[in-house]
Design a protein around this ligand. Structure first.
Ligand code: BEZ
Length: 221
């Protein structure tokens, strides 16, 4: 099954570092970020999970729950979390509180097509692939709104993931899109489906640069 933007995120049951979950039930009325990492006790992943822990207030502010996954078991996850917190403390106080899914049988990684098909170093002793660095942003209706796939060798930029969530959440609320390198607070683009007549009411300060490119400041609460 191919998971596309607009697909329903497959539901599953799993053991996690914070207890057993049913995925859709766990998401509830929140947004969710499901992100895979190649494996426990690996360097890039250790830096990534520390960063995600430190960004907890940014996710919470946006009503986003985060959950990690790798093809390792709970015992390893728990031991590794201690390392992540210890190493992360060199950057800033770090406390991994989000759940990490135990997926040593690769059931969920397979369901979400997360397994590495190209990096021969990203395998266990039996030659079975670990996961790549996948990100799924899922909305409260359980619809997949963003997918990212990074190789094991490259740590992700969580500023970018938060930036996309801001754009998606704003686009759900207002008839707008967001331009290149946009960040929250910058001018946005009036959605092409909005006529100039409508835009005068919706976005009184909008500017027409080209008939198809109109921007506006947007006051948000
Ligand atoms: C890492 O997290 O550092 C990593 C994991 C697997 C392959 C390469 C790098």
């Amino acid at each position: 099954m191919s998971l596309r933007l607009g697909s329903i995120a497959p539901d599953f049951e799993a053991e996690t570092t914070t207890g057993p979950i049913k995925f859709h039930e766990w998401i509830g009325d929140s947004w969710a970020v499901l992100f895979s990492h190649p494996g426990d006790f690996t360097p890039v992943c250790t830096t990534e999970l520390g960063e995600v822990a430190r960004r907890a207030p940014d996710f919470e502010k946006r009503n986003v729950k985060v959950i990690g996954i790798s093809a390792n078991g709970l015992e390893d996850h728990h031991a590794w979390v201690k390392d992540i917190n210890e190493y992360g403390g060199k950057v800033a106080p770090t406390n991994v509180e989000f759940p990490i899914i135990a997926d040593d049988d690769r059931k969920i990684s397979t369901l979400y097509d997360m397994l590495d098909a190209q990096d021969a170093t990203n395998r266990d002793a039996k030659g079975l692939p670990y996961t790549i660095r996948t990100v799924f942003v899922i909305d409260p209706k359980k619809i997949i709104r963003l997918t990212l796939a990074y190789p094991a060798s490259t740590g992700r930029n969580f500023d970018e993931i938060i930036r996309v969530i801001d754009s998606l959440q704003l686009g759900d609320k207002y008839r707008i899109t967001t331009p290149v390198n946009w960040n929250k607070g910058d001018d946005v683009i009036v959605h092409p489906s909005v006529s100039n007549e409508e835009a005068k009411t919706l976005f009184p300060d909008f500017t027409i640069h080209k008939p198809y490119l109109r921007t506006t400041p947007l006051k948000v609460d």
